[in-house]
Design a protein around this ligand. Structure first.
Ligand code: CO
Length: 139
């Protein structure tokens, strides 16, 4: 059911510092501006790689869903992986049918397509984001 690995989500206390690290230490040359997604409680930016992306996420406010993750991992860390699926509602129903805990309802993700998250307890300890394949490239 899953398609391409779309991105790896990395939580950080500072997108600016993480961008500097990817640019200056790892030599990344294509990095988007950061933008706010208040309804998701995060600032977001993408480091574009030849075959995938790193999604940098920083808490937007005190209610951010990644706040507790950063309390446990103050320097930040790998937060989720995102696989593409053809249809988010089919994917959600399939996950539920297979006994997985789907977190919340399908909602608009950072690429402008619908996403869901599946609880790490069902995914070998990895928080999994499933995302509808974008119809056009967003960047
Ligand atoms: Co993501």
């Amino acid at each position: 059911m899953i398609g391409k690995l779309n991105h790896v989500g990395v939580a950080t206390p500072s997108i600016d510092e993480s961008v500097a690290m990817y640019r200056d230490m790892l030599g990344a040359t294509s990095i988007t501006e950061k933008w706010a997604m208040p309804e998701q409680g995060v600032w977001v930016c993408f480091v574009n790689l030849p075959n995938s992306q790193i999604e940098l996420i920083e808490p937007y406010d005190d209610k951010s869903p990644i706040k507790s993750f950063l309390e446990k991992n103050p320097k930040g860390g790998q937060h989720h992986v995102c696989f593409e699926v053809e249809n988010i509602y089919t994917a959600r129903d399939e996950m539920k049918k297979k006994g997985a805990t789907v977190l919340g309802e399908p909602r608009i993700g950072a690429h402008g397509t619908m996403v869901i998250f599946v609880h790490p307890k069902n995914m070998g300890g990895v928080l999994v984001e499933l995302m509808e394949t974008p119809k056009v490239v967003a960047h």
